[in-house]
Design a protein around this ligand. Sequence first.
Ligand code: F6R
Length: 368
Amino acid sequence: AAEALDLGDHTDHMAKEIEEQPAVVAEILDRIAGRAVDGSMWAGLGLAPFERVAVAACGTSLNAGQVIATALRGLGGVPTDTVVASEADQAVLTPGTLVVAISQSGETADVLRALDRFADRHQVLALTNNLHSSLARRADAVLDCHAGPEIGVAATKTFTAQVVVGVSAMISALVASGRIDRSRALALVGDMQRLPGLLAGAAEASADRIPLLVSSVRDASGFLFLGRGAGLPFAAEGALKLKELSYRWAEAYPAGELKHGPLALVTDGTPVVVVENGEHKIQANVAEVRARGGFVITIGGVGADVPALGRDAGRLLSRRTAVTDQGMSTWGPLESVVPLQMLARELALQLGCDVDKPRNLAKSVTVE
Ligand code: F6R
């Protein structure tokens, strides 16, 4: 714990925790990659087979849950719902549904209330960064996120850890149930081994350009974040981070929804952050934004070169995302979260906000 509080060369915990992500992921993969491939990670949890999955969580953990859900649907064809934990009363789960409850703190009241509703009739798998938490105690099985202590109120490395541990566990479950074979699991986990390098590369590609980019959008009152498919939860996470740290309005939309309403918000200079993940249709949506004078900030870009930073195009990251034999990785462009976190942090700093302790927020939300 003393080590976690030591900022080293960093000015704030958020910067330190963003930077730790490649190492956190490398350590997680060291611990679990082999057990994901042969199904033993799942077998070790002692849970019964499932027909469907419902992920229940809040905030950033819910965004991580969306990534895990996208992977489960894409890899195994498993019907998977995501439940906003505070709205769990509205959810109807069929028998054979595994509930995956995700909470960094393991003490989020909304998540614990959701268990009150589900735990009698459904198996609950907890994914948490605190093995001594109420959630860990109440679940049928627990997965440790292995993120290490996170001090910044805004979740960063716990998001990345949740995605990597959660997707690995689901790959293991798919192998154990025969939905995918070992060679496919081996290819997927092999792809995950590239993540530490991709995360570090994303940080490196973004470090110089973000301060300049932010100075061009600092006075904007609101931001739009767009994504499609597997990119969408990352757009949601980017918008959440930006609003909680900089106190600017930020909303995420599936890019295709733009023309059904939000496009009315775009005028000259409106910042629109686009998470690319190889979905070619998004280009048409971006063209609509540009035609209205929107200031497009692109995160990602498959195989693209980095153009000079212009008035209209800040391409923050030009790495190719992990590619499998099935095309783009089913868990989406995880490395895009790094520039999104850096963007939110830099805007907050330029606006004079405290990035480790945003106003009105707490690290652990123990009220409903
Ligand atoms: C955002 C953030 C919150 C939490 C949410 C759930 O940066 O930190 O949205 O993600 O309050 O917290 P946990 O994961 O502890 O259940």
